[in-house]
Design a protein around this ligand. Structure first.
Ligand code: FE2
Ligand code: FE2
Length: 474
């Protein structure tokens, strides 16, 4: 179904046919806009930004590009087309028809999942509230705003489900999504990573590469759901999400390219010399990577989880890309898991496969993260530099699950608490690393110009040149 843009809330769910729902969402809309003005991108409300807007949900040309002032962006409700005769793809009800309503007995589980996903969307916009002031280029500024408006739309996606399928509880949860705030002492966002400040652009690229990718895998799991409206919502969100990870991957690649240029120019790999020249040395980049990757790993939850087993058994949340597996029921299957043996070593635990669903999703996520790291390393190698970036072990610096609080080195080998504390400055950004990266954050706002710590992108947006005026600062 095409998207109706003549309505106050653009949608392809026939909102006009359900007056009560329409009124409830129209009541929520001004509160959303108020939240956007207060905690969305600081300033720039009056500037034209070259943004893409969804105009359809099919693979060909769902996006239209043009100048929009961000508060006028058409946030709406878009579901991917229904798959005719779709059947439940996993769990105890495998093979039965999917649900168009939430079964009463699974209501609270569904609500919790939708609220948790919904909470991350505005959280990331809040985390990036001030970044526009230090943009390395207009191209990057535009990408930041594109990510921000789409996270705002993802909030709409979850709020639609809450309003349409969860009655009064859902409406209350929708209010709460605007009441919690990233980093707020009294009412923080639900998940830890979404309360970490993103106050520099290196963190922004790391966040969009590693944390948005967690979002991709959560959405992939929910896109398998037996509750069809949730599955269709998430399938469309995934098409938007891809751009966020592109921003992260190419952002980090451009930082590396610039660093390699500076290293070549100076003929040194000395971090101090590279820093004096205004570029980010590779060890610092590795420390930022360690921070955001490990923080994002916790978002998948505990390695062994009875909750994950229940949501899988009930057909609520599947594995990412469920169709790749042969056994979709996993009634008797087991999974081998590395756990601390309690004596400073590693043991293998065999657990029911259903209880290991979080770990299965996390492993798929880690494999996906590795693709970008390989590409970055190829660029480093081609430049003749003897340095390789690496993802730390999933055991390193964990706060949730089997390895929570267990001291290991970045490779995942258990070490003493003292040894752990000693190696921290080498493996995580120190206050002085952060201060240095912050010192680089001087805004560059001339079309086509780039900050000295980052190389230009290979190409512009939508086939336009890099020097296009992506944001009219006027
Ligand atoms: Fe999102
Ligand atoms: Fe995203």
């Amino acid at each position: 179904m095409s998207i109706n843009y003549s309505e106050r809330i653009p949608n392809n769910v026939n909102l006009a046919n359900d007056r009560t729902l329409q009124r409830a969402l129209e009541h929520w809309q001004p509160r959303f806009l108020e939240w956007w003005r207060e905690l969305g991108p600081h300033d720039f409300e009056a500037n034209d930004v070259y943004l893409r807007t969804a105009v359809g949900v099919d693979a060909q040309g769902w996006a239209s590009y043009g100048y929009v002032k961000m508060p006028d962006y058409r946030w709406g409700i878009f579901l991917a087309d229904a798959i005719p005769d779709r059947k439940i793809g996993f769990g105890d009800a495998f093979g039965q028809p999917v649900w168009q309503q939430v079964p009463g007995e699974f209501r609270s589980q569904f609500r919790r999942l939708i609220v948790t996903q919904g909470d991350t969307e505005p959280a990331s916009v809040e985390q990036q509230h001030l970044l526009g002031h230090t943009c390395p280029s207009l191209y990057d500024l535009r990408n930041l705003f594109q990510v921000n408006v789409e996270e705002g739309r993802h909030l709409w996606a979850m709020v639609y489900l809450l309003h349409a399928y969860f009655g009064r509880d859902g409406r209350e949860e929708a209010e709460e999504l605007l009441a919690r705030h990233s980093g707020d002492a009294d009412k923080p966002r639900i998940l830890g990573t979404f309360n970490e400040p993103i106050s520099d652009w290196l963190s922004f690229y790391m966040f969009t590469y590693f944390t948005d990718r967690d979002g991709k895998f959560q959405l992939k799991s929910l896109a398998e759901s037996s509750f069809d409206p949730l599955a269709r919502t998430c399938r469309f969100m995934l098409t938007e999400e891809a751009h966020h990870m592109f921003v992260g991957e190419t952002g980090i690649a451009r930082v590396i390219r610039r660093t390699l240029e500076v290293m070549k120019e100076l003929g040194t790999d000395n971090p101090e010399a590279i820093r004096r020249h205004g570029a980010v040395d590779l060890p610092t980049l590795q420390r930022y990577l360690n921070f955001w990757f490990t923080s994002s790993l916790d978002l998948f939850g505990s390695e062994v989880s009875s909750n994950a087993a229940t949501t899988f058994a009930n057909g609520i949340k599947g594995r990412p890309d469920e169709s790749q597996y042969e056994d979709h029921v996993c009634a008797d299957a087991t999974f081998a898991l590395d756990v601390p043996d309690g004596k400073g070593g590693v043991a293998t635990d065999t657990v029911p496969m259903r209880n290991a669903m979080n770990e299965i999703a996390r492993s798929a996520y880690v494999r996906d993260c590795e693709i970008g790291v390989k590409r970055w390393n190829m660029a480093i190698k081609r430049a003749g530099v003897d340095f390789q970036l690496a993802l730390p072990s999933t055991r390193f610096r964990r706060s949730i699950g089997a390895w929570a609080g267990v001291p290991t080195d970045p490779g995942g080998t258990p070490i003493s608490r003292e040894a752990y504390e000693r190696q921290l400055p080498a493996s995580l950004p120190s206050e002085s690393d952060r201060a240095f990266v912050r010192s680089l954050m001087q805004p560059v706002r001339e079309p086509g110009k780039m900050a000295g710590w980052i190389a230009p992108p290979d190409r512009g947006i939508n086939n336009l040149p890099v020097e296009y005026e992506y944001v009219r600062l006027g």
